[in-house]
Design a protein around this ligand. Sequence first.
Ligand SMILES: C[S@@+](CC[C@H](N)C(=O)[O-])C[C@H]1O[C@@H](n2cnc3c(N)ncnc32)[C@H](O)[C@@H]1O
Length: 439
Amino acid sequence: MSLSSSRQWTERKRLPKPVDLSEELGRYIGKQVSYATHGIHRYPAKFIPQIPRFCLESFSKTGDEVIDPFMGSGTTLLESYILGRDSYGIDIHPLAQLIAKVKTTPIDSAHLGMLSRQLFSRIRSDEDDNSEWIPEIPNRAHWFRDDVLRDLATIKKHVWRMRKGDSQDFFKICFSSIIRKMSNSDADSLIPEVTSFRKKLDEQGKTSFDAMGKFENTVRNKLIDAEGLWRISKELEEQARPPKVRIIGNDARDIELDDSEVDLAITSPPYASAVHYVSVHKLEMYWLDLLKDLAKLDGRVVGTSRAYMNEYRPWEPKTKIPELRKLLGELVEKEKKSAYIVYKYFDDMRRNFIEVNRVLRRNGRYCMVVGENTFRKVRIPTYVILARIAVNCGFELRDMYVYDVINRHLDIPRWNKSRIEKDYILVFRRRRASAIDCL
Ligand SMILES: C[S@@+](CC[C@H](N)C(=O)[O-])C[C@H]1O[C@@H](n2cnc3c(N)ncnc32)[C@H](O)[C@@H]1O
């Protein structure tokens, strides 16, 4: 479906009817969404690889350059690599950067296998007191048992003593993957939480705290993933120019690329005050020495629910976008701070549209995968407002697709209470340079 002109759409009340891909995308489950290294580490609100694949196949060709400005765990980057496109990825989250790097860096699996055997034997034979390797974690005893702390410290010591580089990063990701499982947190809660349900399981002896065994098993499984990526890389090496993956900078509002460098952008952005990305993986980040100041990092995340009185007190809601104006009005009635948080989110997304517009080549596409959410019991038609901002920022809405999501964003408060939600793929085409004032 092609929409003839963006102006035509902006003047209309509703978005055009999208093409339904539910049947096509609903078929993919289990192994089909975790091939190669896609499942190397958990990450909140990942999209299934078939979504960026659909965009890559529809709107780019071999050798093109692709960017994902909110790359998360790097799904777009890995798909770009497999399909022979060069790619750039950005994320503010230090663990996301490490996951994406490991996900997209092929390493000789025979070499990794040899390193893992050495590592296991060093860990098993270490009887030292390694408590100096236990990081500072606020409220540490709440999160980890003493025996677990000791075992994790021993594993960490030997991983950290490896030669720095790609292989060490692979083992860091294996180490990171067991942190949450070895903690006292409930396995099912997105943000770490010690629940009474979990305590009961512990009392009944139904949970394992064998960190060494867990680490070895995890490494073995991830070696299989690594082998898959290594095989793909060997096939790609036969091409004239194997694709490159680069993780650049850390802020989607300030892209470290020159103008007109990329052919296609694909992303699933964060939502206003929905997933607390920093808290989800805080335990892993403490262990990996990636988190110095949680509040500071959280304040830089697009969609943060952090707002200070000196920011929102003097702020007055002002926007050209009717849906946003209505929404802010509703929220101001409840609490000005909440309205400001939502406004700030859309303003940050405006900055992202301006930057993506700048780095895209003429007629380049920006595919954005996004739905709706709720905040303070108010429905936020995020995809509608983002589409309006994009059009004001020099894009034209060319195509629109929709598909059912079986509530995988476990704790994004959605508008519809049923387990089936809708996500949209908005396909924008760059028409002209952005004006600053597009909100
Ligand atoms: C929905 S997730 C992306 C998930 C990704 N598609 C995947 O498959 O893993 C959104 C991401 O935006 C990131 N993010 C938030 N603020 C950012 C910013 N200012 N610059 C870059 N990334 C940011 C979050 O850390 C999070 O990883």
